[in-house]
Write a protein that binds this ligand. Structure first.
Ligand SMILES: C[S@@+](CC[C@H](N)C(=O)[O-])C[C@H]1O[C@@H](n2cnc3c(N)ncnc32)[C@H](O)[C@@H]1O
Length: 236
């Protein structure tokens, strides 16, 4: 048996322990930070670790191939003309979708992301604004698109965001959900876990439509989807 055959499993184990230790230390540091500080930290350190998009592995072009095609079809069917992309992240994959909108507003809590998006992608019908979805006033639009955000928020923050969506008097919410998971767990904001919005504490009603993202990002959560609701049907 070569030296490498013996050492490789030990190295893999140590890498695994080191990764998990660093992750736990990061979560510990998030406990003392506010929402802006948490997502600034994730952005500036590229904590989600994707080579293409600072918004993480779920936002690269391979993982969004299906939704780049399916979202425009759904928006057309619903006659959506105004959309709030909440949050927009780096707008990396959505720039590829053929959205036939009168007005697109992308927003994010990380100021530098928004400035950069505005510089690169802003135009007469497309603007990017810096705001906190949990607390700031939101524009009224036909559809709020909220992908891969509530999964990173504590119950308290996610519920504040959903209440704020309702407050905007916008019509539809299209957002990430994982139908069929057993229960929703609370986390510190900045961590991740799958959520099913039809389970407590969200208790959303039946969906109007569902888009299966057909993701290959995680073998344990293949059911990653975008669920569609009318905001007026959601009771919180
Ligand atoms: C995983 S990325 C997803 C971005 C985009 N929706 C996508 O699909 O690529 C999550 C984004 O949510 C933003 N975010 C988290 N909490 C927020 C809040 N309270 N208000 C605004 N943006 C927030 C983060 O800064 C980050 O850019």
């Amino acid at each position: 048996m070569s030296k490498n055959t013996i050492l490789q499993p030990i190295k893999s184990f140590l890498d695994y322990v080191s990764f998990n230790l660093q992750y736990e230390l990061m979560l510990l540091s998030f406990r003392g930070k506010n929402r802006k500080e948490v997502f600034d930290d994730i952005y500036y350190r590229n904590r989600w670790g994707d080579r293409e998009s600072v918004s993480g592995r779920g936002s690269n072009l391979q993982q969004t191939l299906v939704i780049i095609k399916k979202i425009p079809v759904l928006l057309e069917k619903l006659d959506v003309k105004t959309m709030l992309d909440a949050p927009c992240g780096d707008f990396y994959w959505l720039k590829e979708a053929q959205l036939n909108l009168d007005r697109y507003i992308g927003c994010d809590i990380v100021a530098e992301l928004v400035t950069e998006n505005q510089r690169r992608y802003g135009n007469e019908t497309r603007e990017f604004i810096n705001l906190d979805l949990a607390t700031d006033a939101l524009p009224q639009v036909d559809l709020i698109f909220c992908r891969d955000c509530l999964v990173h928020l504590s119950f308290k923050d996610a519920l504040a965001v959903i209440k704020n969506f309702k407050k905007s008097k916008s019509q539809y919410l299209l957002t990430t959900t994982y139908p069929g998971i057993l229960e929703n767990k609370d986390i510190v904001t900045g961590d991740w876990r799958a959520i099913d919005l039809q389970l407590p504490p969200y208790n959303f009603p039946d969906m109007l439509e569902i888009i299966d993202e057909e993701t290959t990002e995680r073998k344990d959560y293949k059911q990653k989807s975008l669920g569609l609701w009318k905001l007026s049907d959601i009771e919180l």
